[in-house]
Structure formats: structure tokens, C-alpha cells
Ligand binder design. Structure first.
Ligand code: MN
Length: 296
């Protein structure tokens, strides 16, 4: 064995599966049906991830109500759509439509009030919303958006016919996503693996937490080849390397990682701060209209 291989193998600590969940069916906004995987009873937090929701329905009654005006403070929301269209509009006159394959990365910071409404009357709406915590020192930054349609999300080819869409972070082969995030340096990849059971590998910093969500197929994870099934979320343990492969029909999954903040979390609905006092302040500011555009 070459000397370099020895060093690489010695340094490589593969992340093994520690837990899986099928999520918790619930509704939010105006009766939008969704499955909550993080931020529900059994998995409250995967630091820095506060919430992970999957919405998926072709029944308009499951989504038409949308998410009318509501506030956020102290964290970021990421909306990634696989099918359908959502219009968002905030109280600082920022407005846009997220379409299939597109992402909206919103740093709510010190606060915005916005609505997120389906821009369709029928058909399939399918997508994800992820909440990422901000460190205490950045919770009150100015709100900002990073929005990219499908055409601006780079795709790296995988040898067995699969591909990796890189939304945030950088693949081991150097494909970098368009999102810039200095707070928790998240990696957010949408990975298709072909049917050849070719492994997918990705370096992940030691100080990140990481999870997988399987969109279709079955994923075999780590050296133990522990399975994560369709529409399951799998939490990975410590290490610096992700090693997974798809089953015989291939697989599509999201790999999401972010730097642990290791800070106290005080949360109530749409506000996520470090202390009860800061939460109280957030409620007061919201009630007084001291959020976002009107009173910057
Ligand atoms: Mn929102």
C-alpha cells in the first residue's frame, strides 16, 4: 500500500448511522399538511438544525392555505422545491417565486414578516423547509436573501450515471454551490445515485452535525451498511467522511450538514434566541411592529 493511502485511511473516520425517523405528520400555516422530521417530539434539534419539514401532495386542500403572514427572528430558513411553485413576500417589499429545482435561503436575522403561498391551484407541490440556527452574535443581523433557480445550481456528474446538485458547500471533487454562508458553513447536496451501487463519498468537517433524507430508493450507510429507507431521515454520528451507496434501483437523497453552535437555544414558534429574555424581546418587537422593512 502506498504511503499516502495509509495516511488517508488513517485519517478517515466514516460517519455511521445513529438514528432514523419517519417523521411526524402535522400541519402548519393555514392547514398545510406536512411531515416534520426535526423540531418535533422525538427529534427536537440537530444543532444547528432547528426544523426540517417535507410537504408533498397533489391534493390542493393539503396546501392551498399556504403560510400567510408570519414573523421569523434569530435563524435562517431554506426552502427547496422539487415540484410546484411558491410565492413569498415580506414586509420590506421583497417578493419572488420559488420554482421546481430552485432554492430560497433567507437569513431572517433581526426579523422579517412574510408569507409563503403556493403559486398554483392544482397539481403536485413537493419540497422542503429547513431552519438553521444563527450564532448568538449574528441573530440580529440585517435580513437577507439568497435565491437561485434550478439553472444556477451546479450539477456534478457521478460515474454511474448519477449526479450531485450542489446548493451549498463544496463536493469532494470541488463543485461549489452558490449559497454563501459564513455562520454555520452548511453543506446541502441533492444526490442521485444510479443503480450500479456505486458508493458516494464526501468529506465533512469534524465539527459538523449531519443527516440524510431519502427521496427515493434505499440508502446503505457507513461501513455497517445500515439502511435508510424512502422518506426516512437518518442522523449520522461523528466523523469526517460520509460513505453511502444506493440499492439496486439507485437512490436520491439530500445530505445536509452544518457546524454545531453549542449554544443555549430558547425557542418559541417563529423566534429562536439564546435566552428567555431575548424571546420576550422578540415578541415585544413583533407586537410593536418593530420588525423588518417598516422600522429598520
Ligand atoms: Mn416562513
Amino acid at each position: 500500500m502506498a504511503k499516502q493511502d495509509t495516511i488517508e485511511n488513517h485519517d478517515r473516520k466514516i460517519r455511521e448511522l445513529t438514528q432514523t425517523t419517519s417523521g411526524y405528520p402535522t400541519s402548519d400555516g393555514q392547514n398545510v399538511q406536512l411531515i416534520r422530521y426535526i423540531g418535533a417530539q422525538n427529534i427536537n434539534l440537530i444543532d444547528p438544525f432547528l426544523l426540517f419539514d417535507v410537504f408533498q401532495s397533489d391534493k390542493p386542500s393539503d396546501y392551498l392555505g399556504g403560510f400567510p403572514d408570519h414573523p421569523h427572528r434569530g435563524f435562517e430558513t431554506v426552502t427547496y422545491l422539487l415540484a410546484g411553485r411558491m410565492r413569498h413576500k415580506d414586509n420590506a417589499s421583497h417578493e419572488g417565486v420559488i420554482e421546481a429545482g430552485g432554492v430560497q435561503w433567507m437569513t431572517a436575522g433581526r426579523g422579517i414578516v412574510h408569507s409563503e403561498m403556493p403559486e398554483q391551484k392544482n397539481g403536485l407541490l413537493r419540497g422542503f423547509q429547513l431552519w438553521i440556527n444563527l450564532p448568538g452574535s449574528k441573530k440580529m443581523v440585517k435580513p437577507s436573501y439568497q435565491e437561485f433557480s434550478a439553472a444556477y445550481i451546479p450539477s456534478e456528474r457521478v460515474s454511474d450515471g448519477g449526479s450531485i446538485k450542489v446548493i451549498s458547500g463544496c463536493t469532494s471533487n470541488g463543485t461549489r454551490g452558490p449559497i454563501n454562508n459564513p455562520y454555520t458553513e452548511p453543506i446541502f447536496l441533492d444526490i442521485h445515485l444510479g443503480p450500479a451501487e456505486q458508493p458516494f463519498e464526501q468529506n465533512i468537517p469534524d465539527d459538523h452535525n449531519s443527516f440524510l433524507y431519502v427521496i427515493h430508493g434505499t440508502l446503505l450507510t457507513g461501513m455497517s451498511r445500515s439502511p435508510v429507507g424512502k422518506e426516512e431521515l437518518g442522523i449520522l454520528g461523528n466523523g469526517n467522511h460520509v460513505y453511502v451507496s444506493g440499492g439496486k434501483e439507485g437512490a436520491r437523497f439530500l445530505l445536509i450538514t452544518g457546524k454545531r453552535l453549542n449554544e443555549p437555544v430558547a425557542r418559541s414558534g417563529p423566534f429562536v434566541m439564546n435566552t428567555r429574555e431575548e424571546l420576550y424581546e422578540a415578541f415585544q418587537d413583533y407586537r410593536n411592529g418593530n420588525f423588518g422593512g417598516r422600522n429598520p
